[in-house]
Each structure stands twice: as C-alpha cells, then as structure tokens.
Write a protein of this length. Structure first.
Lengths: 462, 360
C-alpha cells in the first residue's frame, strides 16, 4: 500500500515538475523577445514624435528666417523631387513625339517654363521676404517653446518606457524565481521518495533499457525476448535484414504497439525513471521521446513553419477557449515557439523553405524537416526510422553531418534503424544487430563488422 | 512638403493595417449581407423573398462553419447535421412556449445540450471511421426526425411547431424581423471570427495533423480522443445555435425540413466552397441556399418554371466540382492571381509605352 501511495505521489510530483519547468522555460525565452518588441515600439513612437515636431517647427523656422542646415536640406530635396518629376514628364513627351514622328520644340519649351514657375515658387517658400525684427524674435521664441514641449514629451515617453521595461523584467524574473523555488522544493520531495521507487532499474548514464521485450502477432514472433540498453548521449543503431522486427521495436517503445511481455524503462526529462508500459501513445513525447516515420508524414495543408509548430503541440499551455478568443497568453506562446522554430530551421539550413508548402519539395528536404520537427520539444531521445531511405549519396553524407550536429548542439541521444550500412558504420557509437526478432550481437561498429553471426544472418550460412 | 508626404505614408500604413487585418473581410461580408435589410429599414420596397435569402444564408453559414471544422479540419464525415439543427429549433420553441424562459437562458441550455450530444457522437466516432461514420450519424439524424414526428407533446408532430413571443429578461417582447436579422448578422460575424481563431490556433493545426496522419499526430502529442470529441462538440454547438437562430427568425419548425436533404445541402455547401476556407464556405453556402432565392427568382424565366432553377443549380455545382475540386475559393484565388500578374504585365508595357525603354 505504501509503495503504491509513494509511486502515485512520484507520478503526481513529476507531472508538476514538468509543468513548472515548461513554464519557467517559457518565461525565460519570452523575456528577450518581449524586450526587443517593446524597444522597437518605443523607437517607432520617438520617430513619429520627431516627425510631428519638425512639421510644427517648419513654418515658424521659415518665418523667422533661420537659415539652418535643415532648411537647406529641405530645399535641396524639394528641388531634387521636382527635377525627377520633370525628367519623367520630359521623357513621356519625347516618347509621344517620337511615336507621332513630330519634332516640335514649342511643347518642350512650355514644359521648361512650367518647371521654372514651380522652381520660383519653391524658392519663395524657403527664402521668404524679410520680416521685421520683433516678429522674428517672436517666431524664434515660438520655435524654442515647441522644441521644449517636444523634449518634455520625449522624456515622459522614455520614462514610461523604462518603467515598463523594468516592470516586465521584474515580473518575469520574479515568475522565474518562483518557479525555481517550486522546482527545487518538488525535487527535494522527489529525492526523498525516489530512493524507494527507483531502485537499480537504470544505472548512471543509461537512458533506455529494454528487458525481454516480446511482441507476438498471433503465432508470429516479431520480437522475441530482446534486451539492450541505450546510453545517454550516444548514437545507437539497430540493424537487421528485412523483416527482422526493427520497426516493431520502435513501435513498442513509442507505444503504437502494446508489447506481449517485457519491460521498458526510460529516464525522462527530469531524470526520473518511467515505465514506458504505463504510458499512452500521445504522452510519450511529454517524457522526451520523439520519432520520425519511415515514410514522411507531413501536414500538407500547412507550411513548413506551421508543421514545426504542430510538433511543439505539447508546449502550449493555453486551452481551447484561449484558442477561440486568441488570448494574450496564446499570442505570447506563438511568438516564443515561432522563434524557436526559426532557430531550428536556421540550424538545419531550412530557413528558405519556412513559408513553402511541403507539397512538391524534394524528398531529402522533407526528411530533414521531419528531423527538425523532432527537435521542437527539447527531446532526450530521438528515434529515427530509416532516415536515409530514398536519399542519394550526397544527401546521405549531409544527413550524417546533420545527425552529428544535432547530437552535439541539442544534447540528445539518437536511436536509429537503417539499411544503409555505410551510414550506420560511420555515425553510430553502438550497433545492435537483430534477426527474426532475436538479438545477434551488440557492440561497436567494428565488432559488428567482424562478427560471424551477423554475416551469416545477412549473407546466409554455409 | 516631404514631411507631409511622410505623414501621409504613415496614415496609409495605418489604413493598410486595417485593410490587411484578418477580420476585415468578415466585417465586409456582414455588411454586404446587411445591405438589403438596411435598404428595407430605410423605406425601400424590397421583396421578402430577397430578405429571407440573406437571412437563411447567414444561418446556414454558421452551421456550415461548424461542419467545416468537422470535415475540413477533423476529416470526419457526418450526415447528422439536420437532426442537430432540428433539436435546436425544438428546444427554443418548447422552452419559450411552455416555460417562457429568457432567450439567453435557452441559448445556454442549448449549448449544454449540444456538448452532451457532441460527446455522445464523438464517443461513437472513436471506433468508426469514414463512410461508416457518415451512415451512423445519418441513422442518428433519422432517429431524431422520427422523434420529432412522434413526440407530439413537445414538437406538435407533423403539423409543425410555431414559436410564441420571445422572452428577453423576464418579459415577452414581440421582436420584428429587422432586429432579428441584424442580431443574426452580428452573431455570424462573431462565429466567423471565432472559427478563424480556432483554425489558425494550435487546436486547428492539431486537427489538421490528425486528419493527415493519425500516427504522426499521436507521435507529436495530439490525443486523437480529445480532438475528435472537440471537433464533434464544436460542430454540434454550431448546429444547435443555427437551429435556435432559425427558429427565432422563421418562427416555425416542421420535421420534414430536418431530413437527409438538409444535411446533404450543408455538405455540398462546404465541398463546393472549399472545406478549409471561411470565405469559401460563405460563397458555397450562398450558392447552394441563397442563389436561387436572391438571384434566380428575380429572373422571369426561373420564376415561371421553378424546376429549371433546381436543375441550373445542380449543373453549377457539377461544373464547380469538375473543374475546381478545391472549391469555389480555389477558382477565386486562381482568378485573383491571374488578374494580378496580368495587371503587372500591363503596367510594365504601359510604362514602356509612355516613357520609352530604359536608357540603361
């Protein structure tokens, strides 16, 4: 009874721990994005204010006859604009004359005269007649007053902006601290309980452990008493001839099949051992296992970016009603998760496809997008089902590099099934060979290459 | 001068932001639907048939939007829409006539009822898929129809139930059609906005993922159970709401309306318009339900021979489905694209004609 109670408590605490951790991470990611957004908004406001100020100052400055650089520049740009306008008019006139085969200087002369009139107007506008001294001083005073008022406004705006920035920073930091405190508290509680529940199933550095896994389809033994362990941070390859049961093993781990017998344990995101047999298929991803499929499974109606967002489905905290009314929380979450998606896309050189639809993209790119999709939830274990199937040699080489890159940059473990022996031998740290559901050999790629049993399985016995 | 230009650009950008806002189109549609009614209010002599055409179209748009969430996003086919709409009409009719309840309370009760019905159908749908699901829901709809016919104490049987005066806040008020029309338009706008939000949100994407590949969706953490239930509940709520509006607008409900034909018409509206686009559904619904009353009935040929209008409508549907399987919205989009590209080409040519070729 006590053990059941404690295991229930562990389950509950770990659930809470995961939720707290996702909330903390969300806040951490959200802060810089919100800050830049605020600063951009502020800059826009300041720009608008400057524009308004100049607009108000201009008539006074002209009246006061202040020959500032500003006024000169305005004058020059106005002239330039006029010149350009008359260049096009001139060109249009020449074109019509050419088309009609007439050569007349009169119309061109008219155009030049018209231009001259406008030029004079501009000159008069920017260099008005002298006004008397008292009036001049009055206008200068007005200018100063306007500038002062705008400076005051700008100052108020900056103060407000800074206060807002500080407020948001303090708020988010406080939230993060709160989460941290709660996380540490829960971790303490878990540590007190863990000793009883988690005894000796997974050793230090082990991530996934299968013990006597069997999967029978009626009389057919697809997997027969298979057991191996995957260590943390390695690239683990599962090989075997066609029909050896490799994909079945994958489907058992990700709970698409319910194995006939056997134990599967996994160290999840918060370093807590979970029994995979107790999980439902759509909750596997929450523990930190993501997978790809043998045939690419895209959402064809959504573009690549949105395809990545679907993969982050478990990261969203907003509920159905939040989605209905496009709540503030949802908008914030979308910003954070989109920035994450952009980062992953740039890491995998896929940014150019972000707004394209998957229909019609080359197969190699689609495979890469599936790989990118698995990274959206900071997984601990990525399961790749034949990543090189249907790729040419160049693409396979690129894939090997990408897999290495992912392992190093995202601190994950990779577990793959592959037929391309070259790829497996090149990238894997450990290889397990199976045939007819039974384990033949496990070891480094070289050991597997030299193994007699494996050779027999592939090439047939004597 | 330049400063003023800049300020003008600022204003233009603001206008563009309003124009490009996702809800702008919906407001325009609502306004277009309201034009006829507003003309009538202002004193013009507009035939009732035309008014009814737009009123019906708006109510059916709401129902079709619910159906599109089910079919276009969830990938679940259902033929039970008619039955659910019928339930909505009878609930509002019975509760108003017998208990004189407030209309707001009735809407609340309807939504709760819709959630219950949606949950039941959703549970059924977990085990059955595709055509079989359509047949099962069709059966459910037929059962409901028989219930409408035989539960005479509530539904008044085949004679049909007519609505008494509507109660708003404890006192009965005789609402005129003009007011109800405007209320329906506003509700349609609200539903459109909500549906767009839902379609663009993680929920909509999860539904699409489920429709494309169930195993991939599950691997990405989408619970098939939850989202199927959600799709059914949403579409049922929309259908029952449509029923409530229908009853308040027409004031009369008869079991023979809620037959397979109605469900098929809704299905046709969604398919013809384009099952994943709100604008498409608006177009499709107008084509199926509104076109006959609003346009064809104004032409003498169709008024004299009503059968021809049905045939004409049928041929129109066949033509759309044959040449544009993606729906009317696909046709509009491709036309839009063609017009835009041609306009740009024309602009280029025109420029060369006026100014001559570039000297460089």
């Amino acid at each position: 009874m006590a053990t059941i109670l404690s295991s229930v408590k562990v389950w509950y605490l770990s659930k809470r721990l995961i939720s707290h951790e996702t909330k903390r991470n969300f806040n951490k990611n959200f802060l810089p994005i919100k800050k830049t957004e605020l600063i951009e908004n502020f800059n826009k406001k300041i720009e608008l204010l400057e524009l308004k100020k100049k607009n108000e100052l201009l008539p006074n400055e002209i009246s006061a006859g202040i020959q500032s650089d500003f006024l000169k520049r305005e004058f020059e740009t106005a002239i330039q604009e006029l010149e350009e306008k008359y260049y096009w008019k001139n060109r249009a006139l020449v074109q019509t004359l050419k088309r009609k085969n007439i050569q007349s200087d009169e119309e061109l002369k008219k155009l030049v005269e018209e231009k001259q009139v406008l030029l004079d107007e501009i000159k008069n506008k920017y260099y008005p007649e002298e006004i008397n001294k008292d009036q001049k001083e009055e206008f200068v005073a007005k200018c100063v007053a306007i500038e002062e008022s705008y400076a005051k406004k700008a100052e108020e705006l900056t103060l407000k902006h800074n206060a807002k920035l500080e407020e948001i920073e303090a708020k988010t930091n406080h939230a993060i601290e709160m989460r941290d405190a709660k996380i540490s508290e829960i971790k303490k509680q878990l540590a007190a309980l863990d000793v009883k529940v988690d005894k000796g199933i997974l050793a230090e550095g082990e991530l996934l452990k299968l013990e006597d896994l069997s999967m029978h389809f009626g009389g057919l033994k697809a997997v027969d008493k298979l057991s191996f362990t995957v260590k943390e941070g390695e690239i683990f390859g599962l090989i075997g001839p066609n029909g050896a049961g490799k994909t079945t093993v994958f489907n058992c781990i990700t709970r698409f099949y319910k194995p006939t017998s056997g134990k599967m344990h996994f160290k999840n995101k918060i370093n807590n051992t979970v029994d995979l047999n107790e999980l439902v298929v759509h909750n596997i991803i929450r523990e930190g296992i993501t997978r790809t499929f043998q045939n690419v499974e895209m959402i064809w109606e959504l573009n690549i970016l949105e395809n990545l967002l679907v993969a982050a489905h478990t990261e969203y905290r907003s509920g159905f009603f939040g989605h209905l009314f496009n709540s503030r929380l949802l908008r914030h979450e979308e910003v954070v998760i989109k920035s994450k998606a952009y980062k992953i896309l740039t890491d995998l050189d896929l940014l150019q496809y972000a707004y394209q639809y998957p229909m019609g993209l080359p197969y190699g790119i689609l495979k890469k997008i599936e790989l990118a999709r698995t990274l959206m939830v900071n997984p601990k274990l990525i399961i790749l089902d034949e990543p090189a199937a249907g790729l040419n040699d160049v693409e396979t080489d690129a894939l090997a590099k990408t897999i290495h890159k992912i392992r190093e940059e995202y601190n994950t473990t990779i577990f793959l099934v592959e037929h391309d022996m070259g790829l497996v031998m090149e990238i894997c740290d450990t290889v397990c060979a199976i045939s007819f559901g039974k384990k033949l050999a496990i070891g480094t790629p070289k050991e597997i290459q030299n193994s007699k049993v494996v050779r027999e399985a592939y090439l047939g016995g004597e | 001068m330049i400063l003023q230009n800049k300020m003008c650009a600022e204003r233009k950008a603001k206008l563009n932001a309003i124009k490009n806002h996702p809800y702008f189109g919906f407001v325009v549609i609502t306004f277009l639907m309201l034009i006829v009614q507003l003309l009538r209010v202002s004193g013009l002599d507009i035939p009732v048939v035309l008014l009814r055409a737009f009123g019906f179209t708006m109510i059916y748009i709401i129902i079709a939007l619910g159906f599109s969430i089910l079919l276009g996003y969830g990938g679940l086919a259902s033929l039970g829409t008619a039955g659910f709409v019928g339930v909505g009409t009878y609930v509002v009719g019975y509760l108003t006539n017998q208990f004189e309840m407030s209309i707001f309370l009735i809407v609340l009760i309807t939504i709760v009822g819709a959630v219950v019905i949606g949950t039941i159908v959703g549970f059924i749908s977990l085990r059955i898929e595709g055509m079989y699901l359509a047949i099962i829901t069709l059966g459910l709809s037929e059962i409901l129809k028989e219930v409408f016919k035989n539960a005479t104490t509530i539904t008044n049987g085949t004679n049909g139930l007519s609505l008494g005066t509507i109660v708003i806040f404890k006192q009965a008020i005789e609402l005129n059609h003009n007011a109800i029309f405007i209320v329906i338009a506003l509700i349609m706008l609200f539903i459109m906005i909500i549906t767009l939000n839902l379609m663009k949100s993680p929920t909509g994407r999860a539904l699409l993922a489920m429709r494309n590949s169930q195993s991939a969706a599950q691997a990405m953490g989408v619970s098939i159970f939850k989202y199927r239930l959600l799709a059914f509940i949403t579409s049922t709520v929309y259908a029952l709401l449509g029923g409530v509006l229908y009853m308040t607008y027409i004031g009369f409900s008869i079991p023979s309306t809620w037959s397979l034909g109605f469900s098929l018409n809704i299905l046709a509206a969604v398919i013809v318009g384009g099952s994943q686009s709100i604008y498409g559904i608006v177009l499709g619904t107008f084509m199926i339900f509104g076109l006959n009353l609003a346009v064809l009935q104004q032409i003498p040929l169709f008024v004299e021979n009503p059968a021809i209008s049905v045939v004409f409508n049928g041929f129109l549907i066949i033509a759309v489905i044959m040449f544009y399987p993606g729906g009317l919205i696909r046709l509009i989009n491709s036309m839009n694209y063609k017009i835009k590209t041609n306009y740009q080409l024309w602009k280029k040519k025109r420029r060369a004609y006026i100014y001559g070729d570039d000297p460089e």
